[in-house]
Design a protein around this ligand. Sequence first.
Ligand code: HEC
Ligand code: HEC
Length: 253
Amino acid sequence: MKGKVVAFVAVFIVLAVFAMGESFAASEADVGQKVFERRCAFCHGLNGDGNGMAEFVYKKDKGKIWKLYPRDFTQGVFRFRSTPTGSLPTDEDLTRILVRGIPRSSMPTTKDLSDEERRAVIAYIKTLSKRWKDEQPGIAIHPGDKPAWVGTPESVEKGAQVWKEMKCWECHGEKGRGDGPKSNDIKDDQKRPILPFDFTIGALKRGTEDEDIYMTYTTGLDGTGMPSYEDSLNEEQRWHLVSFTKKLMGKIK
Ligand code: HEC
Ligand code: HEC
């Protein structure tokens, strides 16, 4: 008898704790929804599908207009992750985006939000795509220690070789200006035209540290046509490519 009571109480406690956890999660997403409606919906749309009020023109060229689209959170596909291509980002990845914003894209920083509001809006974004129910975020990749030779003339030379062999120029053009032979025909996952990034001017979207560039080559930019080279290039080759990218960016003489 006593055993039964103990078991009953134990089950009750487990259920109560579980229910508290659930309602805590629900209220965090509720706070997040308010933040979202106030601060994100204007661009990302009230239901998070990327169709807000704003329209962003990235470039007009020979009668063609290239637009930039706020992310559609119902797809659950993210570009600036630390996780392998095809996987969901970590909370740290999303927090980093929210703190820094995305340069050259109109995605603003949210430095003025509290940590709690930022966590809440991230929790809310995760309610917008089924992917977050079905999958765990990928395991973060760390760039490791940057080799001392990154940026040396030898490394730039080797990077130029990789650039040639991997045909980066087909999309980005010989000089990285985004005008390669394929640049007019790239489509994003939603079949909308997307321009390869001209990285010879200004900041990069993910960030402009060597490690940021390395991570782009390691994880790819999912949904954009810019692939991951984690399998096709070894770490050394990816670092040489960072050297050559810096050369094209004008950061190395
Ligand atoms: C002024 C318009 C604007 C506002 C306001 C805005 N965003 Fe964005 N956001 C964008 C655009 C545009 C992109 C796509 C940028 C790109 O990839 O070039 C984007 C991309 C993102 C991404 C994708 C990051 C990735 O790795 O793919 C996240 C996450 C995001 N926004 C979250 C938010 C949240 C949360 C808010 C509100 C707190 C917000 N945004 C407010 C315009 C906006
Ligand atoms: C199929 C076309 C395609 C190929 C091939 C390609 N890219 Fe990209 N790349 C893109 C597109 C499209 C973007 C822009 C994504 C965006 O605006 O968010 C991009 C973005 C970038 C960026 C900017 C990242 C940032 O943080 O803003 C760099 C740097 C880059 N590519 C380098 C390379 C290198 C080096 C290679 C070859 C190893 C390569 N790309 C191959 C299409 C391509």
